[in-house]
Write a protein that binds this ligand. Structure first.
Ligand code: NAD
Length: 475
């Protein structure tokens, strides 16, 4: 195993290729036992001003390089991230309690994968094309402000920062305040890859101070936000004064639909994995399982059996499937939803409220399944962001589609059944991405939401075009 630097403190903001120490810092607390594991800077609006100035200064040089040269640099960035993957996995496991195995497999492995894929797509974008007598030219938007959440701390950064850089923009990034520990690793990898000073700047701090300063800043041309629907609404409102472009990747309430001709063993295995990985803290977590009413009890029995494999424990233990949720605040919130489910009359299959026996000192949630859940109840409508699955019975295909579409969200969905039937259901779902019979993640497919799950797309060619302005030159 690679040797690991266990000193995770974030020494300062990263502005114009230099570490800028902060006057105020905050403590990063382990959700495993409440220990302070690091400190990180708490930035101010003045720090954002300095970062914007650096990004504006670096913009002409970076934009002038052209897509092919930028793609080469980003290809090297992918390698530099891979070279640091063990540190990345440990940093994320430390700050949000993700089991080390999953942290290696997803939290550390996805960012270089996405970076490589984005760099390769440079050759497939029409940077210039003709339309009648017009020459259409894709140009960078300018300085992009990126605001990201804590649940996949580096992956959420990379899916916006790398396409933005490829398109020729420079960036001011604000990572989630509770999960900042991969920020310095990213800065180090970017410098090693040859990304010029000022092209990527990182200001740490809270949403209300640093985040809103980014959204409001007249020197920032676009704000790309990933996080809760409530905060996204606020970002869009703050950004409106300067009429900047806004990309919003928000919450979700994914329905996994089992048609009556599906392989129920596959449904159960896939649904639990997508529902509970990362302790259910994923925007696309499959939190509702829609089953034919006549097969409800049969599927619930299979779920109960499969759920036994999901051991909760110390994230440092290689065999742990579920760590804690990311913080005590998150524990209170998720536990509150479990109590609400009981109060609203859902049938508890496994789990339930309260601390996990033997792990009382940490933010460990008992992975929970509710059956016979009313599709209009709180736990079936609101994003819980914890390991809680609701099984909902439907009467026929139309009813399944109605229930699946019946929340304010529209991010992702899943359908299992015979291929043509499942595909026709997939076409009727009001979401940005659908898995049919376990169709796997690919960074080539755009990801993003409809309704209150957001606007815009990340990844794929559209995720790069999102960070460009289209100019028509009439000849
Ligand atoms: P959050 O909204 O609390 O915070 C996200 C980021 O926004 C953080 O950096 C935070 O500091 C910042 N922020 C908060 N208030 C702000 C404000 N007023 N102005 C500017 N910035 C502000 O979300 P979270 O708890 O970190 O993450 C969980 C949420 O993120 C969930 O709702 C989840 O569904 C969503 N999410 C969505 C996607 C997606 O691609 N659609 C991916 C991951 C997470």
């Amino acid at each position: 195993m690679t040797s690991i630097d266990l000193t995770y403190d974030v020494p300062g903001h990263w502005v114009a290729g230099t570490v800028v120490p902060a006057t105020t810092t905050m403590e990063i607390v382990s959700p495993v036992d409440g220990r302070v594991v690091a400190t990180a800077p708490l930035g101010t609006a003045a720090d954002v001003d300095r970062a914007v100035e650096a990004a504006r200064t670096a913009l002409p040089g970076w934009a002038g390089l052209g897509p092919a040269a930028r793609a080469d640099v980003l290809g090297v960035l992918a390698d530099e991230l891979t070279a640091r993957s063990e540190r990345i996995a440990h940093a994320i496991s430390t700050e949000i309690g993700v089991p080390i195995g999953f942290s290696r497999l997803a939290q550390a492995a996805f960012p270089p994968l996405v970076t490589k894929a984005v760099a390769a797509l440079a050759a497939e974008i029409s940077w210039e094309e003709r339309a009648g007598n017009a020459l259409l030219v894709r140009e960078p938007v300018g300085v992009v402000g990126a605001i990201t959440p804590w649940n996949f701390p580096l992956q959420q950064v990379v899916t916006k920062v790398v396409p933005a850089l490829l398109a020729g923009n420079t960036v001011v990034l604000k990572p989630a305040e509770t999960a900042p520990l991969t920020g310095p690793i990213l800065a180090e990898a970017a410098a090693a890859a040859g990304i010029p000073a000022g092209v990527l700047n990182i200001v740490y701090g809270t949403g209300s101070v640093v985040g809103e300063a980014i959204a409001a800043h007249p020197g920032i041309d676009m704000v790309s936000f990933t996080g809760s629907t409530a905060a996204g609404r606020r970002v869009a409102a703050v950004a409106a004064d300067t009429v900047k472009r806004v990309g919003l990747e928000l919450g979700g309430k994914t329905a996994s639909i089992a048609l009556d001709d599906a392989d129920f063993d596959e449904v159960v295995a896939e649904t639990l994995q997508y529902a509970w990985s990362n302790s259910g803290q994923a925007c696309g977590a499959w939190t509702r399982l829609l089953v034919p009413a006549a097969r409800h009890d049969e599927i619930v029995a299979k779920l109960r059996e499969a759920a036994a494999e999901y051991t909760v424990g110390d994230p440092a233990d290689e065999t742990t499937r579920l760590g804690p949720v990311a913080s005590e605040a998150q524990w209170q919130r998720v536990n509150g939803y479990i109590e609400k489910g009981l109060a609203e009359g859902a049938e508890l299959v496994i789990g339930g409220p309260g601390r996990v026996p033997g792990l009382e000192g940490g933010a460990f949630i008992r992975p929970t399944i509710f059956a016979n859940v009313d599709p209009d109840s709180t736990i079936a409508q609101e994003e819980i962001f914890g390991p809680v699955l609701s099984v909902i019975a439907y009467t026929d295909d139309d009813d399944a589609v109605r229930i699946a579409n019946g929340t304010p969200y529209g991010l992702t969905a899943a359908v299992f059944g015979s291929d043509s039937r499942a595909l026709s259901i997939a076409r009727r779902l009001e979401v940005g991405q659908v898995h049919v019979n376990g169709g796997a993640f690919t960074p080539l497919a755009p990801f993003g939401g409809r309704k209150q799950s957001g606007t815009g797309r990340e990844m794929g060619k559209s995720g790069i075009e999102e960070f460009t302005e289209l100019k028509a030159i009439l000849l």
